[in-house]
Design a protein around this ligand. Structure first.
Ligand code: FES
Length: 543
């Protein structure tokens, strides 16, 4: 009999076992809320090896694409096959620290006498606490803060891999998935996962438990697609020119006051107090969503008197330049190459990911997250590796290896390589970032020396070596002292909106001052994009 491997741990084949049973025997936690009947769709696992040795897809799994299965519906048909599967990861490296902008507590839900009051209406009797959830729904990772709304204190931060991965790695794929036969499935898996995570947060043994019904206010931000999917709004218009949410179109037609939306928890299916409010923040425009509005709030763009640039790096990178009198923004579809997709040994920032690389006299030195055995390489490691390959002239500006090889071993003992095809994917992802920053600066009429600061937000931005990122043209060539890493500014902005109703109004006003640029309509976009694919610094002169 052959072993079954779950999250790197091995167990022997046992007849009739489901993958869920194997996970149980290995103490690998798989989410569920349906009693393993195939209904809840929470137990999605990725099959790393042996897809063809499993039972055929069941009717409960027809919504899944690629190498994904439901653990509770899947069995091995060939006892001699080696099958390896992985749960969608919980608790990736949490980027919860940020710049910590202080705002006066001005919550929407308050205690009055022995009651809990929302917008002046009693919604519950006071049960010993008033709590809220602020969340950043990223295309790749979801991060949630549980906040005590009476003190403003963040009690817990939790994160998990976006479970919508089976619908594709980027927003365009997810839009197309949602337009198909399984419309609504992406919303459902996201809600199930958030509900599961909220349950886990409220039962955390390191903290006194609270009842999930004591959560009375929720702010969830995300890019336009993530936000609209979550609220069950048709996202097909976001995927086609002019790439606008239905909500943005209604706003432009003066049918609503703001692109912020809200509903009750009961309406959306969030398992907190049913009358809790679920607020999304306003969209900035097109693909630039409420997560960037949250970034702007976190870095104090509403108070900024001199122009600065914000770059929120992720599967979709967003750029905002300006101050509180006016701004431009651009959205750059970078794709998942720096976040674990499209690169042969790429992986998100979990334990075992190479996060830093140096090359000295031909010898590669690496360090991994968690200081454990190498499993792959994440974005910050890739930025270092590309920069070191250039610095040592192992690779030229075009991304070709100088010895004409097709590969370079970054972890030789694990036989892990960076291939030429990987470099092409990374060059294009890098260029999306480059082009967005370059075109936004040029459109705004300011070059690097005119801007007060470069804020790097989100994803792996906090972990990148800024000098290496500048050296390969991943970020604009700002003097290092002008660069600030602001951590998970979207989560921070969402938390500010949760703690302060007036901040919601101020960000709803501020986003009206933002002009959106469509990169592809720039006449010389193609030339800029090609230049951005080269592994060299962005020029100082952009006019
Ligand atoms: S446990 Fe609910 S679908 Fe598998």
């Amino acid at each position: 009999m052959s072993p079954v491997i779950a999250d790197g741990r091995k167990v022997q084949y046992k007849e009739k076992n489901t993958l869920f049973d194997y996970a149980d025997s290995l103490d690998v936690r798989v989410p569920t809320s349906c009693g393993r009947t195939g209904e809840c769709h929470e137990c999605i696992v990725e099959i790393k090896n042996g897809m063809n040795s499993l039972n055929p897809i069941t009717k409960h799994e027809e919504f899944l694409r690629g190498n994904y299965r439901l653990a509770c519906r899947t069995r091995l048909e060939d006892p001699h096959a080696i099958v390896e599967f992985a749960t969608l990861r919980r608790q990736p490296r949490i980027l919860s620290e940020s710049i910590n902008r202080k705002v006066p507590l001005d919550t929407r839900v308050i205690k009055e006498n022995d009651n809990v009051v929302l917008d002046g209406k009693i919604i519950d009797r006071y049960r010993g606490g008033i709590y809220g959830i602020a969340g950043d729904i990223g295309t790749t990772t979801v991060v949630l803060n549980l906040v005590d709304l009476e003190s403003g204190e963040i009690i817990q931060t939790s994160s998990f891999e976006n479970p919508q991965r089976f619908g594709g790695g980027d927003v365009m794929n997810r839009i197309s998935y949602d337009g198909g036969a399984f419309h609504g499935e992406l919303k459902q898996v996201m809600l199930s996962s958030i509900n599961f995570e909220i349950g886990a947060m409220t039962r955390n043994p390191n903290w006194k438990s609270l009842h999930r019904r004591c959560i009375y206010d929720v702010v969830l931000v995300g890019n336009t697609t993530m936000r609209d999917l979550l609220y069950g709004i048709d996202v097909q218009p976001v995927g086609q020119k002019p790439y606008k949410s239905l909500i943005q179109t209604e706003f432009e037609n003066k049918e609503r006051d703001s692109t912020a939306i809200e509903c009750s928890a009961a309406d959306i299916g969030l398992r907190v107090h049913p009358k809790a409010n679920v607020y999304s923040g306003p969209l900035v425009g097109s693909h630039v969503g409420t997560d960037v509005a949250a970034d702007m709030l976190a870095i104090g763009m509403d108070k900024a008197k001199s122009p600065r640039m914000l770059v929120d790096i992720g599967t979709n990178t967003e750029v905002v330049i300006g101050d509180n009198s006016g701004m431009v923004t651009a959205s750059c579809p970078a794709g998942p190459a720096f976040e674990g997709g499209e690169v042969t040994y790429g992986m998100p920032g979990y334990d075992g990911a190479v996060e830093a690389v140096t090359i000295h006299e031909g010898k590669v030195s690496i360090s991994t997250i968690g200081d454990v055995e190498v499993e792959g390489i994440c974005g910050s490691g890739l930025v270092d590796l590309l920069s070191e390959l250039r610095r040592t002239e192992t690779m030229d500006e075009l991304g070709k290896y100088s010895n004409d090889s097709n590969q370079f071993a970054f972890a030789a003992d694990r036989e892990m390589y960076l291939y030429r095809s990987d470099i092409s994917a990374l060059a294009q992802a890098k260029s999306a970032n480059y082009s967005g920053q370059f075109i936004a600066m040029r459109h705004f009429g300011k070059s690097i020396e005119d801007l007060e600061a470069l804020y790097l937000a989100g994803g792996f931005a906090n972990y990148i070596n800024a000098d290496n990122a500048k050296a390969i043209g991943f970020i604009a060539d700002f003097p290092t002292e002008k660069i600030s890493k602001v951590g998970n500014a979207s989560l921070e902005g969402a938390t500010i909106m949760l703690k302060s109703v007036s901040s919601r109004r101020s960000i709803e006003k501020l986003v009206r001052k933002v002009e959106h640029i469509e990169l592809e309509t720039t006449p010389d976009f193609f030339d800029i994009f090609v230049e951005g694919c080269l592994f060299k610094p962005m020029p100082q002169e952009i006019f």
